[in-house]
Design a protein around this ligand. Sequence first.
Ligand code: ADP
Length: 449
Amino acid sequence: MKRNLLIITSLAALLLFLAVQIYMTVSIWKQNEEILMMRYKSLSREGLSLLMSMKKVNGFEKAMDVTDKFAGIVASEKLPLLKEAKDSATFRKQVLAQTYSIIEKNEALTAFLRTYFKKAGYDFDFNAEFFIGYFSLISYDGYLDVIKVAPPKIPGPMVLVNTFSEEHNNFVIEYSYLINLTHKNNMVFREAFLSFLLIAGSIMIVMAVFWITWRNLMEEKRLSGLKTDFINNMTHELKTPLSTITVAGRTLEKEQILNDPPKVLETAKLIGKQSVHLNQLINTILEVSLLERTEFELTRQPVCVDELTHQIASSFLTSCDGCAVIEEDYKTDGIKASLDILYYTTVINNLLTNAVKYCINDPVIKISTASEGGNIVVTVADNGIGMSREHLDHIFEKFYRVPHGNIHKTKGLGLGLYYVNRIIRAHGGDINVTSRTGKGTTFIIKIPL
Ligand code: ADP
C-alpha cells in the first residue's frame, strides 16, 4: 500500500515537473522571440533614419516615380471608362497588383537594411513585405479609391518598420514596410540554447533517477513476492514430513500396533524416510543461505564424466524406485574432467528430480555427454510439461518458481536450479535451457575440462 502511494506520488511529482519544464520552455521561447523582434524593429528603424539623414530619402523614391507614371497612364486612359464599369473590382485588383510589383522592384530600403544589419553583426537574412492600406488614383475629374482598408494587423513573425503616406501627381498612397525574419526560429533557438540545454538536462536527470527508482521498486516488489512465496512453500514443505512423522509416532503409541511387528517396522521406515527428507530440505536451505555469505569451496579431482554420470543416474533410479526411464548416451570416450564429485552429483540429481517432478506422463529422460572444444557438455532432456519463454530467463534466480496454476501442483522451494547454476559457475562453466510448453525441457551444461 505504502509502495503504491509512493509510486503514485512520485509519478504525480514527475508529471508536475514535466509540466513546469514545458511551461518554462514555452515562456523562454516567447520571451526570446519578443526580444528578438524588438531588437530587429529598433535596428531597422535606426537603419531607416540613418538612410534618411544621409541622403534625405527613404529608399522608395524611384518606386514612387514609376508608380506615378503608371498611375498617370491608368488615370488618363482607362479610368474614365472603367469608373462605371461592372468589372471594376478586377480592374482594382490589377492596378493594386501592378503597384505592389513596382514598389517591390524599385525600392532601395531592403538592400540598405541588409547591409546595415550585416555591418552591425546581425543576421541579415529576411524578406521585405509590403502592405498597401490606401491607394487612390487621381484623374481629371476627381479621386478613385482603388483600395482603402483598415491598418494592417501585423502577423506574429513580422516586424513593422514604418508606415508611409505620400501624395503624388497621379495617386495617393499609404503603405507599410515590414520585414519577415526567415530564420526566426533558428535565431530564437540559438539565443535560448543554454536555457533549453539546462531544461533538457534536468528533465533527463530526473527521468533517469525516476526510472532507476521505479526499476528498484519493481525489483524489490518482485523479490518480496518471491520471498513470501518461498516462506509459504518452505512452511508447506516442512510441515508435510513433520505431520507424517507425528501421525506415525502416535500410531506407534497404540497398543494393537505394538503387537503387530511388520506394521511397527513399516511405520518406523516411514518415520526414517520422512526424517531423511526433512533433513535434506533443511540442508538445502542451510547450504543456500551459507552460499550467500561464502563462496564455493570446490574439492576438484579428475573424474571420468561418463562413468560418474552413469553412477548418478543409476542410484537416482534406485532411490526413486524406477520412477522414470533414463536413456543414456555417453560420448566423451572416458575423458576425465576436474570436478567436485559431490556438487556434480547434486547438479545431476536436481535436474533428474525436476525432470520427474515436472512431468505428467511417464517420464523419459535422455542424458548424454560429449566433449566439445575443451568443454564437457552434459545434456539432460525430458518429456515433461516444459515452460514458456518468459520464464526461462528467471528459473535460475533464487526462489523463482514457474506458476503452473492448477495444471500441476508440485512442491518446491525455487532453490534447486539456483543452486545448480551456482555450482556450474563455480566450476567455470555455464548452463543453458531450452523448453517448449507441453513438449519438454533440455538443460545443457558446459564445463571446461
Ligand atoms: P523447485 O523445483 O523447487 O520449484 P527449481 O529451482 O528446481 O525449484 O526450479 C525452478 C522452477 O523451474 C520450477 O518451479 C519449475 O517451474 C521450473 N522447472 C525446473 N525444471 C523444470 C523441468 N525439467 N521442466 C519444467 N519446468 C521446470
